[in-house]
Design a protein around this ligand. Structure first.
Ligand SMILES: Cc1cc2nc3c(=O)[nH]c(=O)nc-3n(C[C@H](O)[C@H](O)[C@H](O)COP(=O)(O)O)c2cc1C
Length: 311
């Protein structure tokens, strides 16, 4: 069983150390381990070109137009049974490199899109996506911050797992942790997270979330988009819509059962979202054929040219 450690921190800093501590825990449980420092790689930002969606939906397999180290990283991630990520908290959320990886997963690694792409490829004799994309996997996240600013980071992290529908085992946030390698309790927690991910990777089908309960009973998120004239709330992670109520002095998120069928981390939810996007893209494709659309594009193109630094 393979466990891959990813660190998004500075070389030999707190995140590298915490990631390695977790890998030590995984190794204790018999895992074969590998370690990658994300900032050592050449990872470009997603440009939004949607070449990946076009390829998937036309039976041309799973690809990305960008040429960099992402495919190498993806191959390592797909090869592992479990992954543990250590990521520095930046501006209360995930670091930019982690967000970029989440974007690069985006539609390309969406489980729903890959299931549909497999069927299209079968029907057309095209190229099916890499079968490892549809394999279950477990993942844990450790956010490491130097202050008490960290209210978005666990949501950012779990969002990455939502796309391929990987199971989150731990999703921990370590605040005030600049000197974390001197804090034995936090190191012990990292080692436990490593043991947990290795244990989960041995039996992925029955693996369970081991982190804090959170507020959303479906995805454990604590982040909500709140209405200012009712109790209506949308879970920022799984997208379930319901109400925030106070019961026995505690905040509770309640929602109708049918909302579960819309959750972004379920296949029915993904297919609904996919159909909505398809309809919208279809409308755009029709509009793009019209002269008025072309004239409007031209107007903005001609109005001003973007500045570039002199080389
Ligand atoms: C640009 C920047 C933004 C940061 N924002 C936060 C923050 O919002 N919350 C927090 O707890 N720490 C914040 N920090 C502290 C980092 O999380 C901390 O320095 C990092 O975890 C150190 O990891 P390393 O030793 O592995 O590089 C920030 C640091 C930088 C450089």
């Amino acid at each position: 069983m393979k466990i891959l450690g990813l660190s998004a921190g500075t070389k030999n800093g707190s995140n590298d150390a915490m990631c390695k501590e977790a890998l030590m825990g995984a190794q204790e449980m018999g895992a074969e381990i590998e370690f990658i420092r994300l900032l050592d790689l050449d990872i470009k930002h997603c440009t939004g070109c949607i070449a990946c969606v076009k390829a998937l939906m036309s039976g041309r397999g799973n690809l990305c137009a960008l040429k960099d180290d992402f495919n190498w990283l993806l191959d390592k991630m797909l090869d592992a049974d479990g992954i543990v990520v250590a990521d520095p908290i930046f501006e209360k959320g995930a670091a930019g490199i982690f967000r970029t990886i989440t974007d690069r997963f985006g539609p390309r690694m969406d489980r729903g899109n890959n299931i549909i792409a497999g069927k299209i490829a079968e029907a057309t004799g095209g190229k099916a996506p890499d079968p490892r994309i549809l394999k279950d996997k477990v993942i844990s996240y450790m956010a490491i911050g130097g202050s008490d600013w960290g209210t978005r980071v666990q949501c950012d992290h779990a969002m990455q797992a939502l796309t391929p529908m990987w199971k989150v085992i731990d999703n921990e946030c370590f605040q005030w942790s600049k000197s974390i390698i001197m804090e034995d309790e936090k190191l012990a927690r990292a080692r436990e997270i490593g043991r947990n991910i290795a244990e989960a990777a041995k039996d992925i089908e029955n693996a369970q979330y081991k982190g804090e309960e959170g507020v959303c009973p479906h995805c454990h998120s604590r982040n909500f988009f709140l209405s200012n004239d009712s109790t209506h709330a949308i879970c920022c992670l799984c997208g379930i819509e319901g109400d925030i109520v106070i019961e026995d002095g505690k905040t509770k998120f309640v929602f109708p059962e049918e909302q579960l069928g819309h959750a972004h981390d379920t296949l029915p939810g993904k297919f609904i979202h996919g159909d909505d996007i398809k309809e919208n893209e279809g409308k755009l494709a029709e509009l793009q054929k019209t002269q008025e659309y072309k004239d409007r594009v031209q107007k903005y193109k001609e109005f001003i040219q973007p500045l570039m630094p002199e080389k």
